[in-house]
Design a protein. Structure first.
Length: 149
C-alpha cells in the first residue's frame, strides 16, 4: 500500500522549523516499510494529512474514493483516482512546537487515530485494520529504536 504523508497541512510556519524535512523523511521511510504490504484490495493509496488548526480539517472522517476521473483545469488531460483512502489527523499545535521528535509524535498520533477510527463502510469489512495498526506499531518501535529513543 502506498502511504503519502502531507507536510504542508501542519499549519505552523515551516520556514522556522524543520517540520517539512522531518515529515518528508518520515514519509519516505513509511513508504519503504509499507510498499509491499496489502490490507485490502480496495485500498491502494492512503493519504494522510496532518493539521494543527481545526479550521484546516477538510474531512471529519476518513474519506474513500474509488475510480473517479478528474479533468485537469485548463487542459485536455484527465486523471483517475483508484482506491484511495484519505484521512485528516489533528495534532495539538503546542505538542508540535515542543516535541523533541516530530517524527515520533506524528507516528504516535497516526497509530492512535487508526486504533480508534471507524473506516468508511465501503472498505470496513475488507480492510485488515488490526494488522495495519500492528504494522504501524512495529514500524513505530523499529523507528523509535533507530532514532535512539
Amino acid at each position: 500500500m502506498n502511504i503519502i504523508l502531507s507536510p504542508t497541512s501542519i499549519g505552523v510556519s515551516l520556514c522556522e522549523t524543520t517540520l517539512s524535512h522531518d515529515i518528508c523523511k518520515l514519509s519516505e521511510d513509511i513508504y519503504l516499510f509499507f510498499r509491499d504490504k496489502t490490507y485490502s484490495k480496495l485500498v491502494e493509496t492512503l493519504e494522510v494529512e496532518f493539521f494543527c488548526d481545526s479550521y484546516l480539517n477538510l474531512y471529519k472522517r476518513p474519506y474513500y474514493t474509488e475510480n473517479i476521473s478528474k479533468k485537469i483545469p485548463s487542459s485536455e488531460e484527465s486523471f483517475t483516482i483508484y482506491h484511495k483512502l484519505v484521512v485528516d489527523i489533528e495534532i495539538p499545535k503546542d505538542e508540535v512546537l515542543h516535541a523533541s521528535s516530530i517524527r515520533l509524535l506524528i507516528l504516535k498520533e497516526f497509530i492512535n487515530y487508526f486504533a480508534k477510527t471507524t473506516l468508511p463502510v465501503k472498505i470496513r469489512k475488507s480492510f485488515d485494520k488490526d494488522r495495519f495498526v500492528a504494522d504501524l506499531k512495529a514500524f513505530f518501535d523499529s523507528y523509535s529504536a533507530w532514532q535512539g529513543k
